[in-house]
Design a protein around this ligand. Structure first.
Ligand code: NAP
Length: 257
């Protein structure tokens, strides 16, 4: 029996052209949701859309407020509704923070990972409010933002802490419209972007040795948290939560990656 059923719901997923975002789209689509796939690489989105039921693609740069506004105007014109929004898009530039061009790196990470979430959340809130939708917004944070910033990723960790805190802080405003907002804080998952860290058996074994649950997760291991938070039927009273999905890693020693 299928536990979650999102037939009749529409989910917008930012950063759906790669990695975890692609899996979030697959997962939401597999339980019946219409999915609106958002990223900058339109060809990758279109390739994914062909493999899913009931998918639409939108080329949007979340770091550019004008791009976000135009895309939402287009969605309005097309008569779309948005019940679920997954704020997943991110960039990660890993450099020591105080090196020469740290300012640019810091600003571009914050512009995409934090301001991007703000622009999309603002647009989604207005959209849901105007259409009377009691929706669900899910910010994808990281254990780097919640528990363990790790070396050379302090700007990234700062942005991830901020989106988790944003979900906690926005709750009063959004609850007025019966919109829920929560976050998910994953640890390291094996995706194309993390292949350099987890690509070989030896790397996976070493990493698994640092995880209390003793294995390296795949993107599918996030499905439960995602679908729970997406489904009003199962989480109507859950807002302001952050679900850590890390096999117990946050309990352990420092990252040492
Ligand atoms: N992978 C992990 O181990 C891990 C661990 C903890 C947390 N996370 C979090 O999980 C989420 C997904 O991670 P991932 O590893 O799947 O990331 P990823 O492979 O780097 O993918 C990032 C996605 O964001 C999109 N993106 C980047 N900048 C954008 C912009 N300005 N506008 C629109 N889209 C943009 C990219 O698409 P385009 O380039 O086509 O725009 C891409 O689809 C992130 O929020 C990340 O912080 C991941």
């Amino acid at each position: 029996m299928q536990l979650f059923d999102l037939k009749g719901k529409t989910a917008l997923i930012t950063g759906a052209s790669n990695g975890l975002g692609e899996q979030f789209a697959r997962s939401l689509s597999s339980v019946g949701a219409r999915v609106i796939l958002v990223a900058r690489r339109f060809d990758k989105l279109n390739d994914l859309a062909l493999k899913l039921n009931n998918a639409k693609t939108i080329q949007m740069d979340v770091s550019d407020q004008q791009s976000v506004k135009s895309c939402f105007a287009e969605l309005e014109k097309d008569g779309e509704k948005i019940d679920i929004c997954v704020n997943n898009a991110r960039i990660a530039i890993l450099t020591p923070i105080f090196e020469e061009d740290d300012q640019n790196n810091f600003e571009s990470i914050i512009q995409t990972n934090l301001m991007g979430v703000w622009y999309v959340t603002k647009a989604v809130k207005n959209y849901m409010k105007n259409h009377g939708i009691h929706g669900s917004i899910i910010n994808i944070g990281s254990v780097n933002g919640d528990a363990f910033p790790y070396k050379e990723a302090t700007a990234y960790a700062t942005s991830k802490a901020a989106v988790i805190h944003m979900a906690k802080s926005f709750v009063t405003e959004l609850s007025k419209y019966k919109i829920r907002i929560n976050s998910i804080a994953p640890s390291l998952f094996h995706t194309p972007m993390t292949d350099h860290k987890l690509g070989t058996d030896q790397q996976r074994q070493e990493f698994a040795g640092k995880i209390p649950m003793g294995f390296v997760a795949t993107p599918q291991d996030l499905d439960g948290a995602l679908l729970l938070l997406a489904s009003n039927a199962h989480s109507s009273y859950i807002t302001r939560a952050c679900i850590t999905v890390d096999g117990g890693k946050s309990f352990g020693t420092s990252w040492g990656l």
